[in-house]
Design a protein around this ligand. Structure first.
Ligand SMILES: [Zn+2]
Length: 72
């Protein structure tokens, strides 16, 4: 996952997700990393290029990937 900035494109805060729409190289591609506050706005912006895809960026929200712990 290296190469994506991990700061919100709008406020510079810690990003929680990469929002993409369209296809790279097609001329209708939009991608933006956003924090929790700007995720909805980024999704609206990206949706002009088509259906959006959201990829969580795990480093600031480990709870997204919380797994049940096996204790033994
Ligand atoms: Zn933000």
């Amino acid at each position: 996952m290296a190469g994506w900035p991990t700061y919100c494109a709008r406020c510079g805060g810690p990003a929680v997700a990469l929002i993409e729409a369209g296809h790279p190289g097609s001329g209708r591609y939009r991608a933006e990393v956003a924090c929790g506050r700007h995720q909805a706005a980024a999704t609206r912006w990206a949706s002009h290029a088509g259906p959006t895809r959201t990829t969580p960026i795990g480093n600031t929200q480990p709870a997204l990937f919380e797994l049940p712990e096996v204790t033994r």
